[in-house]
Each structure stands twice: as structure tokens, then as C-alpha cells.
Design a protein around this ligand. Structure first.
Ligand SMILES: NC(=O)c1ccc[n+]([C@@H]2O[C@H](COP(=O)([O-])OP(=O)(O)OC[C@H]3O[C@@H](n4cnc5c(N)ncnc54)[C@H](O)[C@@H]3O)[C@@H](O)[C@H]2O)c1
Length: 253
């Protein structure tokens, strides 16, 4: 987690709510876990990185359960159990993804299916699993994570960019079905966020110049900037926002 000061806004409507986050062990997900725990939410998160998950749980008092999200049956079972223990899930944050690069010329059918499974399929089945709990509760907020990468025609990861485009379509395609039960669903679209992984893998001097050129605002986009939007979308303050994409990218043009 970064050393930037914690977020300062408090959302009283979030206090005591059951929040479920995917991919919460590292990166933006770990900051989301901390941000929702800081709002006095009961946070459960899943991830396949056990050691990092335990560390994030230890730092935030959230509950960590190891799960590879490609196993959607296991994911649905964990969501059901979370509701039994903490009360119905009222906030679902579909954050997990895997932007491993791949060459479209050599990707196999199995490889394609795997990219869709790690980047899209689990989000749908998590929504299906939380739906009865949110309906029982009488409200809910689902935040799906998109990406600006496909807006920018970024290459080298078609399975990822296709999934991220589809997440926005899935959000709009479900908004009316879920709205009937007072459940909101939105996509949060991050720009290039300076997580430790992004910095280690991709952000050299050349990329820093690209970011400098691309963003209208010249500061670094940080996980906290994404968390600020996620908290708002999860809270009752955004009670009439649904079916939308909310872009937090420093004004990338
Ligand atoms: N960081 C960025 O610049 C950026 C830009 C655009 C969109 N996003 C989106 O924001 C979200 C978070 O991004 P991030 O940079 O923190 O990602 P990340 O890759 O750093 O972290 C993703 C987390 O998901 C977990 N995960 C991946 N596959 C999993 C699986 N099969 N089962 C369980 N857990 C799994 C990882 O272990 C990791 O903890 C993602 O949806 C990503 O697509 C990030």
C-alpha cells in the first residue's frame, strides 16, 4: 500500500454494510479494502495471492478468503457464506483482473477462454450470487472495474481489452433488470494508475512522458483517486446513479 494520506471523506450510509471485493490482495484492490474498512464496513475480499491477501487482511481487519476466480462455483459459495455471517452483501466491487500481455497471433482457444475467465466471467457470476442478498436487503450497489486501455486502442492484450469493453456493456445490460430491485450498477474506468505493479513492470521514463502528454492533469493517478470514486458509487450519496461509466483518468486525451 502507498504512503499517501488516507481519504478524508466519510460516508455514514456505508457504516456497518457488508462489502465484497474481488482481487483485494494487492494494487488498487488492497487500497479498496482499506478504504471500505475505514468506512466501518464489514469487508470480505478474495484473491489467489494468499500471502499478500493475509497481509492486507492483517493491516485492515478485513476477512480474506483465498479463491481463484476462475472457479465461479467456489466464488458463489463464498459470497453466500459471507451473507450468512455478516448479513446480506450490499456492496460488490468487481475489481480483479489480469492484464498479462499476449500476442493475438498465437493465442489459442483455451488461452482466449482463460483471459475471458480472469477478466470478465467472474464479475457476472459474482453479480448473480449477490443479487438475492441485495434484493432481500432492498438495495445494493455494484461497481464493475473497466479500463481506459481499449479507449486508447492499446494493443498486446486483446483478451483483457475485450473483457474490459464488455464489462461496460454488461453494466448497461443489467441496470434495468437490477434497478427493479433498487440495485445500482456502474462501471468505474481507471486511467493509468501508479500501483507498485504498474511501476515495476511498465512505467519507465518513456511511459512517464506518455502519461505527461496524455493526461490533462499533470499529477500521478493513484489508487486512492480510484477509491474515492468507488466509495461515492457504493454510498447512498450516488443513489440515482446507475448504468453509467465513471472515468477517473486525469483527463486523458
Ligand atoms: N492499474 C491501472 O493502471 C489500471 C488501469 C485501468 C484499469 N485498471 C483496473 O483496475 C482493477 C485493479 O487494477 P490493479 O492495477 O490493481 O490490478 P493488479 O493486477 O495489480 O491486481 C489485481 C488483483 O486481482 C488478483 N487476481 C487476478 N486474477 C485473479 C484470479 N483469477 N483469482 C483471484 N484473484 C485474481 C491479483 O492477484 C491482484 O491482487 C482491475 O480491474 C484493472 O483492470 C487498472
Amino acid at each position: 500500500m502507498s504512503t499517501i494520506p488516507p481519504l478524508t471523506n466519510t460516508y455514514p450510509s456505508l457504516a456497518g454494510r457488508t462489502v465484497f471485493i474481488t482481487g483485494g490482495a494487492t494494487g488498487i484492490g488492497a487500497e479498496l479494502v482499506a478504504a471500505f474498512a475505514g468506512q466501518q464496513c464489514k469487508v470480505t475480499f478474495v484473491d489467489l495471492q494468499a500471502e499478500a491477501g493475509e497481509a492486507t487482511a492483517g493491516a485492515t481487519c478485513a476477512r480474506f478468503i483465498e479463491c481463484d476466480l476462475r472457479d465461479t462455483g467456489k466464488l458463489s459459495g463464498i459470497i453466500a457464506k459471507t451473507g450468512e455471517i455478516d448479513g446480506p452483501v450490499s456492496v460488490l466491487i468487481n475489481n480483479a483482473a489480469d492484464d498479462t500481455r499476449h500476442d493475438f497471433r498465437t493465442l489459442t482457444e483455451a488461452g482466449w477462454d482463460d483471459r475471458i475467465a480472469v477478466n470478465l466471467r467472474h464479475a457476472f457470476f459474482a453479480i448473480q450470487a449477490v443479487h438475492p442478498q441485495m434484493r432481500k436487503l432492498g438495495h445494493g450497489s455494484i461497481v464493475n472495474f473497466g479500463s481506459m486501455s481499449w479507449y486508447e486502442c492499446q494493443g498486446g492484450m486483446t483478451g483483457y481489452t475485450t473483457s474490459k469493453a464488455a464489462i461496460e456493456g454488461m453494466t448497461r445490460g443489467l441496470a434495468r433488470d437490477l434497478g427493479a430491485d433498487n440495485i445500482r450498477i456502474n462501471t468505474l474506468v481507471p486511467g493509468w494508475v501508479m500501483t507498485p505493479k504498474q511501476k515495476a513492470l511498465w512505467v519507465g521514463e518513456d511511459v512517464k512522458s506518455e502519461i505527461e502528454r496524455g493526461q490533462s492533469l499533470k499529477g500521478e493517478l493513484l489508487p486512492q483517486d480510484i477509491c474515492a470514486m468507488a466509495l461515492f458509487l457504493a454510498s447512498d450519496d450516488s443513489r440515482m446513479c446507475t448504468a453509467q461509466s465513471f472515468i477517473v483518468d486525469g483527463g486523458w486525451i
